[in-house]
Design a protein around this ligand. Structure first.
Ligand code: ATP
Ligand code: ATP
Ligand code: MG
Ligand code: MG
Lengths: 255, 255
């Protein structure tokens, strides 16, 4: 099972959109995908038709109950190949509740072993804040995707994300590979073009060579509760995420 | 001193853009404005030219040091009428550190009294997560602005924001007035138009009657580190925020 985390401390950069878009394309390639929604705001859970406040079982139970098993907490979605471990507002209380419990950063890494052979891919959508939930995702994954909007405010936070990774890597045997994915690129906007140049000059080593363009169909897809590739397979946003998937799979063979 | 909080648990809906845009317009009306950046990601702090990781004094010190005074922690900005209490990544550790300290939700409300007569407006930019920092902002303000992108994922979280407010209001003598501000409205996108209709049908009582349109100049302004009104006073985004300011000031007189 291949495990990817999608994280960035900046809000609204396209983390949830990246997670659901990649999941949709993988599902259409007949891969079995488990989504994990670690965001207390639970956008991914809502996107797939669940009411986050009414979710009985999900990620939260995994952290709170020391003996919890992941399998019974997993929910089906409207898409055969895609299952989900739902997020819920209660996740926001974990930081306080877990306090200094030993191993609190490894809960997810330990529990997902149980489904190793049930899924081909496991994608983790993270909340826009550095804390216990993101640390769990970084410990559990073998590749990190960092969506970054091509604009000033989002890039400013990227240096910090890289510093966080350097810190996390000190406690890993092998350092965690990561790819920075430029999103919502609008070639008609000077600030967007300028921001992409800044990205390409300062983050060359980990930056994906292409971009995810602005595509208003993403908003239509979230309204319809479907990955965009299930709605409009040839949308420019889908073509771009397919190219990203290809780059990751080719790169992983080399890694 | 008038205190407004700008908050929404959803990321990337325009909280920081709303805060800086209103501050710019107020400054041009010769009002003295103090900005408080409660977000550990500190977009507002970065926008105004500070490096969040190098900030010596700011909001964090206010929470950590029981005897801290706010005045010495305030920094100047490039704009005469606008000062700032900077945000920093350390804010993300407060949830764990403050644990169950009595009065932890009232720190901001208590300390800002010291600058009552120094500023006309105090605007608080919040992180995209419901926790101690947002609770402090809601306790300290006398009006809450909730920017909401006109799209499905952002609206889904709005019901939860309203439930949070009902909870908070139980412990206030007078319930906190709030205005929901539709942002990034794009009349060419079907999903945006549909989302606005959903907002107008379901949240009529607190919804501002107009919208903040999509305006690519906001990205240029953040790159330039200036409120948009200082760069392009007649930009459509500025005109919209000026209209919002008028609505709030008229409404406050009635309240
Ligand atoms: N390439 C794109 N083109 C146009 N709109 C996009 C694109 N990617 C994402 N969006 C839209 O931007 C908004 C924010 O995206 P999304 O919710 O995925 O971000 P996020 O990083 O997950 O936010 P949060 O910080 O709240 O978790 C959504 O309305 C989404 O539809
Ligand atoms: N009306 C608008 N038109 C076009 N772009 C906008 C508009 N409002 C905000 N933006 C852009 O959207 C992005 C997100 O805005 P902003 O950072 O203000 O959101 P936020 O809610 O503060 O995010 P966070 O959750 O990270 O705090 C920024 O790039 C900003 O320039
Ligand atoms: Mg998200
Ligand atoms: Mg912000």
């Amino acid at each position: 099972m291949i495990v990817w985390a999608i994280a960035n401390q900046k809000g609204g950069v396209g983390k949830t959109t990246t997670t659901i878009s990649l999941a949709g394309i993988l599902a259409q390639q007949e891969k079995r995908v488990l989504l994990v929604d670690l965001d207390p705001h639970a956008s991914l859970t809502a996107y797939l038709g669940y009411q986050p406040d009414e979710v009985e079982s999900g990620c939260y139970s995994l952290f709170i109950d020391k003996k919890a098993h992941i399998k019974p907490l997993i929910n089906k979605t409207a898409f055969d190949q895609i299952d989900i471990l739902c997020g819920s507002p209660a996740l926001a209380t974990l930081e306080r509740q877990m306090g200094t419990r030993p191993g609190k950063g490894l809960v997810l890494q330990q529990t997902i072993k149980e489904v190793e052979s049930d899924y081909d891919y496991l994608l983790i959508d993270c909340p826009p804040i550095l804390g216990l939930l993101m640390v769990n995702a970084l410990a559990a994954c073998n590749l990190l995707l960092i969506p970054v909007q091509t604009e000033f405010l989002a890039i400013k936070g990227l240096e910090r994300m890289e510093r966080t990774l350097t810190m996390i890597n000190q406690s890993r045997k092998k350092s965690l590979p990561y790819i920075i994915v430029p999103t919502m690129f609008d070639r008609r906007t000077r600030a967007s073009v300028k921001a992409l140049r800044v990205l390409r000059d300062n983050f060359t080593e980990h930056l994906w060579k292409k971009v995810i363009p602005i595509d208003t169909l993403f908003r239509e897809a979230s309204q319809a509760g479907k990955p965009l590739s299930f709605m409009t397979p040839e949308a420019k946003g889908v073509i771009a995420f397919r190219a990203l998937l290809n780059s990751i799979t080719v790169q992983s063979r080399v890694l």
